[in-house]
Design a binder for this molecule. Structure first.
Ligand code: CDT
Length: 307
């Protein structure tokens, strides 16, 4: 049996602070066509794919709001929705969302091949800090600008069960396991990862290693496909990791970007390969021992209780 879905990782290079949304959408369309030419049914774009990574700046309210989308599709993004539906290609797109009642999220949507939005995920793990830290060479103010989303879910789409996560979520094993426990066979992850980590520059040279380490482990330990897609290159003076990749349930990378600019790589992801792992070494029903996993959900940190 096989259940192939041809997936494109549509990596973006830098987006300048002044680059209009409509121009970014032109770039997304080029990547969409490239993916389509290579047989992709699903094109995955990065986190916050419509703007520069604005959490690097301490912004006043008016400036900040200008980075958020209040509708989707919007007049600027409608050409992407229309062209994708015309080609019969679905896509996943990350963007900053402001809801009608004024909530702010770091969001990704999944759009089916007919143009229908079938899933909306709001980032759970928000990294960085809340206040201005002028001693840093750049800020990471996700914890100020976004609220955490309510949780992980999967949706039936593209012939399988699809999950989404966003950037920092990929570093947490709970992300993949909670998705796998809801049947995820393919998890889509966009990211913006600065190469320099101000709290501990000793980690800088390990960014690419850690990126693959967490996503490959998540794929293997949960018997699922993982697609990680970067906005890479030097954006407004900040170097960001590229290295977008498509990872099989074995943990093996089957496609990988080689530049840090706009680039598409494609892989045929056979969703039936998940079963090989989920029915053997990671047969959850047979081998998991949730009665021993209580500390995973009853605390955030190590217990301070006497033992
Ligand atoms: N966008 C995002 O979540 N980036 C973080 C940067 C490191 S934490 C400041 C990441 O986990 O890649």
């Amino acid at each position: 049996m096989s259940r192939p879905v041809t997936v494109a990782a549509a990596q973006l290079g830098p987006i300048a602070r002044t680059e209009p949304r409509a121009e970014v959408v032109e770039r997304l369309l080029v990547l969409l066509h490239d993916g389509h030419r290579h047989g992709a049914e699903l094109v995955v774009y990065p986190e916050l794919a419509l703007t520069s990574f604005f959490p690097r700046w301490w912004l006043d309210d008016a400036d900040l709001e200008s980075y958020f989308e209040t509708e989707m599709p919007s007049p600027d993004t409608k050409p992407l929705f229309d062209e994708a539906a015309r080609l019969g290609v679905g896509f996943a797109l990350g963007y900053a969302e402001r809801t009608e009642d004024g909530h702010h999220y770091n969001t990704a949507i999944l759009v089916e091949r007919d143009g229908t939005v079938v899933s909306r995920y709001r980032k759970v793990h928000l990294p960085g800090h809340e206040d201005h830290e002028p001693e840093r060479p750049f800020q990471h103010l996700e914890r100020r600008y976004f609220e955490p989303g309510p949780g992980f879910h999967t949706d039936r789409a593209f012939g399988g069960q699809i999950g989404m996560a966003i950037c920092n979520d990929r570093r947490w094993p709970e992300t993949y396991r909670v998705l796998a426990l809801q049947g995820a066979e393919l998890t889509l992850i966009g990211y913006n990862t600065p190469l320099h980590y101000p709290p501990d520059p000793g980690q800088d040279h390990l960014q690419a290693f850690h990126n693959n380490l967490v996503m490959a482990a998540g794929a293997y330990q949960n018997g699922m496909w993982v697609v990680g897609v970067a906005k890479g290159g030097t954006e407004e003076g900040v170097a960001q990791l590229a290295d977008s990749q498509i990872i099989a349930p074995s943990g093996e990378v089957v496609a990988r970007c080689v530049t840090d600019g706009d680039e598409v790589v494609v892989a045929v992801c056979d969703l039936d390969r998940c079963a090989a792992y989920r029915q053997t070494v990671f047969d959850f029903a047979r081998y998991r021992r949730p009665e021993t996993y209580g500390p995973i959900t009853d605390r955030t940190d190590k217990s301070t209780r006497d033992t």
